[in-house]
Design a protein around this ligand. Structure first.
Ligand SMILES: [Zn+2]
Length: 97
């Protein structure tokens, strides 16, 4: 399950975590569960098997991420996002990979 990070001073949300908030420079960034998002756009990279689909995803908390998936996903589709050794993977919420 993915955690994004929220600044406790100004509310800025971001991923990955940084040492200081890019908006207010506070050092109070806390992880918050943010396991799902919506596909905004997707492209296929033929040189990146097996996860050759690259997806722009907006998480439920409003963070924009680039993720990969092994299957083609559609714009507007709800997906689960997992962090696999710093590689973000999107899967359909009904369990397909
Ligand atoms: Zn901040």
């Amino acid at each position: 399950m993915l955690n994004t990070f929220e600044c406790q001073q100004c509310g800025q949300r971001l991923y990955p975590k940084r040492r200081v908030c890019p908006s207010c420079h506070a050092q109070k960034l806390v992880p918050v569960p943010d396991p799902q998002g919506i596909i905004l756009s997707t492209v296929t990279d033929p040189n990146a098997q097996p996860t050759n689909h690259v997806n722009l995803v907006r998480t439920q908390r409003g963070v924009l991420l680039l993720t990969r998936s092994a299957t083609a996903l559609k714009e507007g589709q709800t997906v689960s996002i997992t962090d696999n050794n710093n590689k973000l993977i999107s899967t359909t919420t009904d369990g397909d990979i």
